[in-house]
Design a protein around this ligand. Structure first.
Ligand code: 6AU
Length: 248
């Protein structure tokens, strides 16, 4: 049985936050440190394992995975899988051993739905379970995930039990509302491209406000630089977490 959207919603309610931290650092100790600083304000820690320069599985498990698990925080590897099913399975079980520690992973729908089976076969092989979040929109300017692609992605994936939700574009509240209308109520919408300072970010990133994203239909927001780039990340994470729980 995969992790269900409802279990993730229950976790958000229990922790009183709809904030996912994008821990976009390139060393294990930086990720371990940010987790200890902001853990109370998040329900999920998002990683890019292929950006870590000093990766060893042993240190990763000891310094990041076990502490997150002890704190009741899910680990979300934003690997954006996009290959055929069998290769995706291999990538889950490769040297980074994603299947052994990630609870949620991202995947593109462009190559077909079989990579979702590949991801779940890898979890089954290591005796674990998880779920997949599919990219249906992106926050980066110039991306090619237009409305018609988004619709096809959602229609083809929203009934799949191994998919718990979709990535939406946090910088476009109207787009999030449209996405919610096609997703329905069951599956999650997670939105990156979120900052209290709305507008343009660096290198094509675009930002919307966390409160507006939630009001438009997002279940949770994904925030990186708005927290990790601040001199007091714990205080910043608290501000984002509260804004996701306030009424509009
Ligand atoms: O808050 P930022 O801009 O510092 O970081 C945004 C984080 C990064 C991106 O890899 C991720 O959000 N992201 C994603 C996903 C799937 O999370 C999709 C997307 O369209 N845009 C985006 O920025 O870790």
């Amino acid at each position: 049985m995969p992790i269900l959207a409802q279990e993730i919603r229950d976790l958000m309610n229990a922790r009183n936050t709809r904030l996912v931290l994008a821990a976009d650092f390139n060393t294990i100790s930086e990720i371990s440190n940010i987790l200890s600083l902001v853990g109370n304000h998040i329900f999920m820690l998002k990683t890019h394992i292929d950006g870590i320069r000093d990766f060893t599985l042993d240190r990763w498990m000891r310094e990041v995975v076990y502490p997150a698990q002890r704190a009741g925080i899910l680990i979300f590897e934003d690997r954006k899988f996009a290959d055929i099913g069998s290769i995706t399975k291999n990538q889950m079980l490769g040297h980074q051993r994603i299947a052994e520690w990630a609870d949620i992973v991202t995947a593109h729908r462009i190559s077909g739905p079989d990579l979702i089976d590949g991801v779940h076969m890898a979890w089954a092989e290591v005796g674990r379970k998880g779920s997949v979040v599919i990219l249906s929109q992106m926050s980066s300017s110039g991306n090619m995930l237009d409305d018609s692609y988004c619709k096809k992605v959602v229609e083809s994936c929203k009934e799949i039990s191994g998919v718990c939700g979709f990535i939406g574009n946090g910088s476009d509240p109207a787009g999030i509302s449209r996405l919610r209308a096609s997703v329905g109520v069951e599956k999650l919408i997670l939105t990156p491209g979120i900052n209290l300072d709305v507008g343009k970010g660096g290198m094509g990133q675009r930002y919307g406000h966390p409160k507006e994203a939630i009001a438009s239909g997002a279940d949770a927001v994904i925030v990186g630089s708005g927290i990790i780039g601040k001199s007091n990340p714990s205080e910043a994470a608290g501000m984002y977490a509260r804004s996701t729980m306030e009424e509009m």
